[in-house]
Design a protein around this ligand. Structure first.
Ligand code: NAP
Length: 260
């Protein structure tokens, strides 16, 4: 399929590693010039070099915390008129809700609800004016099926999903689409980090625990971030303008229902 994306500009947030990186690489492989962000400059530059070497597109880096106003302004200064916005940030930590204070919740809401909303606010009118825009929010399978220990993620991402459902329908007639990708378990640093505590509690190493968990999934494995990047490209394609306000679960069949 010709995605029609060659020459377009994308702002891909939180993209030095994991799912954000996979989206940036997959878009670049379609000829999209990408601006990528992350807090750690070293990994960010390494990823930028890999994307440039693999694809030849222009890769701009912005080191900073995307969950802060300064981080968002820096990202938007580097890529003021993106055709594509991929919203992403680290997820909130797991834990017991009794231990979470207001500041913890505000951090989670800033990262996983308000930052994507403010970035959409900043770019969506330009997309409307140009008659093309694709926004993809990286959320979580927890939006459909809550993960009890990730209560702040469940809550903040549900808020983003609700807001997006309305906004997507306000902008769709301008060929601007907003959709979300809901990852189940994908083999990234985040997955390994979250599995560490569970592995220690069970007296197992992380790889054994992840292998056991993978077996319980219908797909019998965890996801490869490359598969996630491919789904992101599909939603960003010029052919996907009729896909509006959807929440696409990529979880190897873990969510058990007749209709997703
Ligand atoms: P990851 O492998 O840990 O990568 C996270 C990336 O985001 C890194 O490049 C990191 O770089 C960057 N980042 C984190 N916080 C940032 C911030 N405040 N500002 C700018 N960049 C930031 O994580 P992942 O697995 O790709 O997860 C991506 C998102 O999907 C997370 O919200 C996660 O909760 C969600 N998710 C993942 C899975 C999974 O199985 N992997 C499942 C469900 C949901 P720096 O640390 O240098 O900033």
């Amino acid at each position: 399929m010709d995605t029609g994306l060659a020459g377009k500009q994308a702002l891909v947030c939180a993209a030095s590693k994991g799912l954000g990186r996979a989206c940036a690489m997959a878009l670049a492989q379609e000829g999209v010039h990408v601006t990528i962000t992350a807090r750690g400059a070293e990994a960010l530059e390494a990823t930028a070099a890999e994307i440039r070497a693999a694809t030849g597109v222009t890769v701009t880096t912005v080191a900073g915390d995307i969950t802060t106003e300064a981080g968002r302004m820096a990202a938007l200064a580097a890529c003021p008129n993106p055709d594509i916005l991929i919203n992403n940030a680290g997820g909130p930590p797991p834990g017991d809700f009794r231990d979470w204070e207001r500041e913890d919740w505000i951090r989670a809401l800033d990262a996983n609800m308000l930052t994507p909303i403010f970035l959409m606010k900043a770019v969506v009118d330009g997309m409307i004016a140009r008659g093309f825009g694709r926004i993809v929010n990286i959320t979580s399978g927890s939006v459909k099926s809550p993960i009890p220990t990730l209560g702040m993620s469940n809550g903040a991402r549900a808020g983003l999903t609700g807001f997006t459902a309305g906004l997507a329908r306000q902008v769709a007639r301008h060929n601007v689409t907003i959709n979300s990708l809901l990852p189940g378990p994908f083999l990234t640093d985040r997955l390994r980090g979250n599995a560490k505590a569970a592995a220690e509690a069970a007296g197992k190493d992380v790889d054994t625990l992840l292998a056991e968990r993978a077996q319980s999934s219908p797909a019998g494995r965890v996801g490869d971030p490359v598969e996630f990047g491919a789904a992101c490209v599909f939603l960003c394609s010029t052919k996907s303008g009729f896909i509006v306000g959807q929440n696409l679960l990529l979880d190897g069949g873990l969510y058990n229902s007749t209709m997703a």
